[in-house]
Design a protein around this ligand. Structure first.
Ligand code: FE2
Ligand code: FE2
Length: 292
């Protein structure tokens, strides 16, 4: 196991991204598919983060390693902030006719069922798998200049901050799963296969729902999806295919999240953020540092 590149987990609270401003409905370059892809993720974050916190908290008492205890505390504070900020954004979606409260209620019921009927080992394995998915998505898009160029600057700042913190704490649930819950290879990888399938279905169904609210009926969506799926899955440069190798690392016996190191742009983001206390400037700093 390598922990090269491991960085401190720093909760950053009460940040202002200007999410009450005039963010366009399709804030990612005016593209409904790309925007609703990120919006579908965003809608699942607040309840999802609460689930992750609960599943890690289940093992907290059993953690004897002081530094892991400290990391768990910081992880919880970061995830709570992510939930808070994404809720601010998600509430904007209500004006688009998207019933965020209903979507969250359904998700909460599903998660409650999982926590009632599945073992604690399974729920921490599910959490660790989700944390890997989140971290590799962050590795995959934050440094893609062609992609983030089209983000609304406020959304770019929110996602950059979330991504930096996700990578900071990417090993916490994994370490609890391995060192405290003693989850083995089959359960770890089985959980990953399961959530990869179900989260994909969930994301696509949320996008379908949101696009209908945008006025894209059956035929118009039929025209929209092929280009969108190409954006996600085209060879090498697809948003998802670009991180496929990193995703598959999870199935390697002996894998650890820090094997893949930290984001290259992390130091730039951190330096600007620490100097200015402004997540928008930090994201601009990262953007300016990226090569085309
Ligand atoms: Fe998060
Ligand atoms: Fe996370």
């Amino acid at each position: 196991m390598s922990t090269a590149g491991k960085t401190a987990i720093v909760p950053r609270e009460n940040l202002d991204f200007g999410l009450d401003g005039d963010i366009p409905r399709h804030w990612l370059g005016g593209d409904p598919f790309k925007t609703r892809f990120f919006d579908a993720l965003s809608v699942t974050f607040p309840e999802g983060e609460r689930f992750f916190i609960s599943c890690v908290r289940d093992y907290r008492e059993q953690v004897s390693d002081v530094s892991l205890q400290e990391e768990i505390r910081a992880f919880m504070r970061q995830e709570a902030q992510h939930g808070r900020v994404h809720t601010l954004y998600n509430n904007r979606l209500k004006a688009h006719g998207i019933d965020v409260d209903w979507l969250e209620r359904m998700q909460r019921e599903t998660q409650d069922r999982i926590r009632r009927h599945r073992s604690r080992k399974m729920t921490i394995a599910t959490t660790a798998a989700f944390e890997h998915l989140t971290a590799i998505m962050c590795h995959g898009f934050v440094e893609r200049k062609d992609l983030v160029a089209d983000f609304d600057p406020r959304m770019r700042a929110m996602y950059a901050w979330h991504a930096m913190e996700e990578v900071e704490h990417k090993a916490v649930a994994f370490d609890v799963m391995q060192k405290v819950a003693n989850v083995g290879y089959l359960r770890r990888t089985g959980a990953m296969l399961m959530i990869s399938f179900f989260y994909l279905i969930r994301t696509f169904s949320l996008m379908h729902y949101m696009l209908r609210k945008d006025g894209y009926g059956f035929w118009r969506q039929t025209l929209l999806w092929p280009a969108g799926l190409w954006w996600l899955y085209k060879p090498k440069r697809g948003l998802w295919t670009g991180v496929m190798g990193h995703y598959l690392q999870y199935f390697r016996p002996g894998f650890h999240p820090w094997d893949e190191g930290q984001l290259h742009s992390y130091q730039v983001w951190l330096e600007v953020f620490n100097r200015t206390d402004d997540p928008l400037e930090a994201a601009d700093g990262v953007y300016a540092s990226l090569k085309a």
